[in-house]
Design a protein around this ligand. Structure first.
Ligand SMILES: [Zn+2]
Length: 261
């Protein structure tokens, strides 16, 4: 009799636990749906960590951990993780440094790509931002993949592609982050800034690569951005930004956005 009662209790407890378990699981699923399914939390694997080294000009723990947390965040998203894995598989190394104090450079960051050791520098701690790091890594990707960019031709197109691609990735994959658009700045009394953002939305919603959506506006916004906001030159220096580069523009780097980056 005692045994029967005990058994009844156990069965009841079992049902309760199972039911309770289900409720918890449902809660968890519901809870998880609040997160971007493309973002997973991972500790940076050692082979990825091993790509990066720090120059002694970045000697404080704050700057170094800031850079590492940006890399970790890039790795946490399935799409940008591909970029890091690609860099790792290319066998390249990246050395981070900081511009010397009092640097007159107008650049917030810069990349000197190389098949051996790439130098990525930041113009002060406040410019060690997630979008600046992404921008410089995309330059490195362009350098490793496209001969015209490796050789330094069409510098204006490369620079503007990197800017647009950074804005596209930031807008699509890192929605919660506040960032400064790189492909256009707000100009008072001009709608070009909001037009540019609308164009980004159109590109994000285009599931397939479509050069018709890209080329003409890329040329228009690119020429506007470079002449108004960047150092450009019409001199015969292949490394300088020249607006005539846009006359022969073929999307190279932007394709990677639809190829899974
Ligand atoms: Zn750049």
């Amino acid at each position: 009799m005692m045994k029967k009662k005990l058994l009844k209790h156990i069965v009841f407890l079992f049902i309760l636990l199972t039911f309770g378990g289900c409720v918890n699981e449902m809660d968890m699923i519901d809870h998880e749906q609040n997160f971007d399914p493309d973002i997973e939390l991972f500790v940076l694997p050692d082979p990825i960590k091993a790509i990066f080294e720090f120059d002694k000009s970045i000697n404080n723990i704050y700057d170094r951990s800031n850079i590492l947390s940006h890399i970790e965040f890039l790795y946490s998203n399935r799409k940008t993780r591909k970029l890091l894995i690609f860099l790792m598989e290319s066998g390249i190394r990246i050395n981070f440094y900081k511009f010397p104090a009092g640097s007159e450079s107008k650049n917030e960051a810069q990349c000197k790509p190389s098949f051996i050791i790439t130098e990525i520098g930041f113009n002060g701690s406040n410019h060690i931002t997630f979008e600046n790091l992404l921008h410089e890594l995309l330059h490195l990707y362009a350098y490793l993949n496209y001969k015209t960019y490796t050789d330094g031709y069409y510098a204006a197109c490369e620079e503007y592609e990197v800017r647009v691609l950074t804005d596209l990735i930031m807008s699509r994959d890192f929605k919660g982050l506040v960032f400064e658009y790189q492909g256009m700045k707000s100009v008072s009394g001009d709608s070009i800034y909001s037009d540019y953002q609308e164009w980004l939305k159109t590109l994000i919603n285009a599931y397939n690569y479509n050069s018709n959506l890209i080329v003409r506006k890329f040329q228009m916004y690119g020429v506007f951005c470079i002449t108004n906001f960047l150092d450009f030159s019409d001199k015969e220096n292949k490394f300088s930004l020249q607006i005539t580069d846009f006359n022969h523009y073929t999307p190279l780097l932007l394709k990677v956005f639809w190829q899974g980056f």
